[in-house]
Design a protein around this ligand. Structure first.
Ligand SMILES: Cc1cc2nc3c(=O)[nH]c(=O)nc-3n(C[C@H](O)[C@H](O)[C@H](O)COP(=O)(O)O)c2cc1C
Length: 373
């Protein structure tokens, strides 16, 4: 299963240490202005080495569009894009051939498929999210071009350190919260965290790195300007499609919409978002505890999604594992080049999957013409 979507479909392909990775995007309507730069911009945000907290593997991740564009616009035919791997160091992984890494996918793939490309995690590598990001860059452009939809993500928690910037803390001005200043603040922080205690979080990660360990965290995603009516109950609900897209990203362990798990602790009177008419007779919510989704359908309020991301499984601290050839138990010290934390790098990937799910639902729902803009 390497394809997601029904009308707007992304097929992602490639492995960590293969020749290249990429995606085929089928179902993008014609006449969308699209350049390699639109995709490159998003890939650069995901690229290894963009910050202190990413793998030292040196990859330029330079994208080439192979098809689907004529005179700077989409033609409605499949858009194919490729990124060549240039910095594979496969011998770093030879010690993992028979000793699966705890917390990684090595053993699952080996047992299921038998013939497993263990180099860099093969198809289970974080590098495969290049495909998500190519598809997401096109989806983001489509949503922005047709509906001015903006999707941004930022870190709200690292380990057990809670940040002070999140959607609900900024509820007074949440409609205006996504501006150039905030985006620059997020992008210039190594953890993509706009909270005032981001430095404390940074020290927490550095300390884990010194101890050959890794950490996880929580990311919040906001989508603005999503029109009323997106989502198809009862098995194509907006919250269902978003969760499906997001939970298909490596290392994602939880998704919440709006108040999410916290809603279980609230009274009905605290959770319900009351209605009113604004000065232009538009229906509005007084609060947005539902995170923009009621009955599986967007209600016009910003989408608010929170995602839990686990610590990087490949750590160099000594762990116990098995040797599947010798049938023994061994100590394992993982070499190779790894992200000490996945959280900041996965943000563009999360934004991509939100954009892909929304594009697919909006084409199917008649918000975007399926053939031509
Ligand atoms: C952007 C990104 C980068 C990642 N980098 C690494 C890494 O450097 N080392 C590692 O062991 N896992 C990394 N992972 C996580 C593994 O891909 C993932 O944990 C593994 O496939 C097992 O899948 P699961 O955690 O979803 O069960 C990364 C994931 C993402 C999304």
């Amino acid at each position: 299963m390497n394809t997601i979507g029904k009308s707007f479909r992304i097929t992602a392909w490639g492995e960590s240490h293969g020749k290249a990775l990429g995606a085929v995007v089928d179902g993008c309507p014609s006449n969308l202005p699209l350049t390699e730069e639109d995709i490159q911009k998003e890939l650069n945000r995901r690229r290894p080495g963009y910050s202190l907290f990413s793998t030292p593997r040196k990859e330029g991740d330079k994208v080439e569009i192979l098809s689907g564009i004529f005179e700077g616009k989409t033609t409605g035919t499949p858009i194919s894009a490729i990124v060549y791997n240039t910095n594979q160091k496969s011998k770093d992984y030879s010690h993992l051939k028979n000793t699966p890494r705890p917390g990684h996918a090595d053993l699952s793939y080996k047992l299921k498929y038998g013939n497993y490309d263990y180099r860099g995690g093969g198809r289970s590598s974080g590098r495969t999210t290049i495909g998500h990001t190519i598809g997401g860059a096109i989806a983001k452009k489509l949503l922005d071009y047709t509906h001015n939809i903006k999707i941004i993500g930022y870190t709200t928690k690292i380990g057990n350190i809670e940040g002070d910037f999140n959607y609900y803390n900024s509820i007074e001005n949440n409609e205006k919260m996504i501006n150039e200043e905030l985006i620059n603040k997020i992008e210039n922080n190594p953890l993509r965290c706009p909270s005032s205690n981001a430095d404390e979080m940074k020290d927490f990660v550095l300390n884990a790195m010194e101890n050959k360990n890794s950490v996880g965290g929580v990311i919040e995603l906001i989508a603005l300007n999503v029109p009323v009516g997106v989502g198809n109950p009862i098995f194509g609900k907006l919250n269902g499609e978003l969760s499906n897209a997001i939970m298909n990203i490596n290392a994602v362990k939880g998704v919440e919409i709006g108040r999410g798990f916290e809603s279980a602790e609230l009274l009905g009177s605290e959770m319900n978002d009351e209605y009113y008419y604004d000065e232009n007779n538009n229906i509005k919510l007084k609060t947005n505890n539902c995170g923009g989704v009621l009955g599986g359908i967007s209600c016009g309020a910003p989408l608010v999604i929170r995602v839990a991301v686990k610590p990087t499984p490949s750590i160099s601290a000594v762990q116990s594992t098995i040797n599947i050839e010798n049938k023994t138990t061994e100590n394992l010290e993982i070499g190779g080049r790894h992200d000490p934390i996945i959280v900041p790098r996965v943000i563009p990937v999360l934004e991509s999957m939100v954009a892909i799910a929304l594009s697919d639902l909006m084409i199917r729902g008649g918000f975007i013409h399926p053939c031509k803009l």
